[in-house]
Write a protein that binds this ligand. Structure first.
Ligand SMILES: CC(C)(COP(=O)(O)OP(=O)(O)OC[C@H]1O[C@@H](n2cnc3c(N)ncnc32)[C@H](O)[C@@H]1OP(=O)(O)O)[C@@H](O)C(=O)NCCC(=O)NCCS
Length: 241
């Protein structure tokens, strides 16, 4: 059985989950964040390859095992990232306020059947906040809009979180020893799926630009503070006078 991103292979519908991309403080297991939260999910492109690589290399051995079906070495992860075909597949990402790529999903479209394979990873510090499930829902929407009728996830049978995401979306799970395959039948695309994807993509793009501007502003304020401190030290006056 192949795993999403395995070099031998290529990489539903539930109620919408929403989340806010917060600081990196780990969320205690089982704690549900209160209230309505929206998670901005961006479509990634060729230029994001280095950041995708950095995200995957940040995964420890156990996570790489869960993600790729084997404890992929850095070189194997590098080959996987080099092999992503952005003209065929879709890759989605969640950025935090520091514009770090904290979650990624790879939706690989099959050439011969109207199906696609889903693979996902969330950095350990960002887990348990619904990113994995939201990326799955987002992938479902995009897959439907491309005419896909079946979404497939290969996961280790021990991968409770991944199988839970697929099962809650309505997927059927077939277990074959240590490996499991989840299959989710997708409804055809419609106006709502197209408008929904367009709105999500547009809002995520705006969110990213706002974060980038906020970071530039932070940098500017830091530079001003440095200049003030320098002036203070040369004139003997306190920088905060
Ligand atoms: C699998 C993975 C993507 C889940 O990401 P996540 O953002 O933490 O998942 P979510 O917060 O959306 O949680 C999804 C569901 O799994 C449950 N869950 C999360 N972590 C869990 C854990 N360690 N054990 C059991 N259930 C868990 C959540 O409670 C939630 O269930 P619910 O909807 O019934 O409440 C993440 O653990 C990961 O990156 N693992 C390493 C790579 C991997 O396994 N990829 C999948 C194979 S392609």
């Amino acid at each position: 059985m192949g795993f999403p991103g395995d070099m031998l292979s290529r990489p539903g519908l539930r109620s919408q989950r929403h989340g806010r991309v917060e600081d990196d403080a780990p969320t205690p297991p089982g704690r549900e964040a209160p209230g309505f939260r929206w998670i901005p999910i961006r479509s990634l492109a060729e230029r994001h390859r280095p950041r995708i690589l950095a995200h995957l290399l940040a995964l420890g051995e156990a996570d790489r095992y869960l993600r790729f079906g084997h404890a992929a070495t850095d070189a194997q992860v590098g080959r996987y990232v080099d092999g992503i075909d952005f003209s065929r597949d879709e890759v989605f990402g969640v950025f935090n306020r520091r514009l770090e790529l904290i979650a990624i999903a790879h939706l690989a479209y099959m050439a011969t059947t109207p199906s696609a394979e889903f693979g996902v990873s969330v950095l350990p510090k960002a887990r348990g906040r619904g990113y994995g499930a939201r990326l799955f829902d987002h992938a479902v929407l995009h897959a439907r809009n491309r005419g896909v009728d079946t979404l497939i996830v290969h996961a280790l049978s021990e991968n409770t979180a991944m199988l839970r995401i697929a099962r809650s979306a309505g997927a059927t799970i077939e277990r074959a020893g240590t490996d499991s395959e989840a299959r989710l039948k997708l409804p055809p695309d419609d106006l709502v799926s197209h408008v929904g994807a367009a709105v999500e993509d547009g809002a995520a793009e705006i969110d990213y630009r706002l974060k980038a501007q906020a970071r530039r502003l932070d940098g500017l304020l830091d530079a001003i503070a440095d200049v003030k401190a320098m002036i203070g030290s040369t004139t003997g006056r306190s920088a905060v006078d």
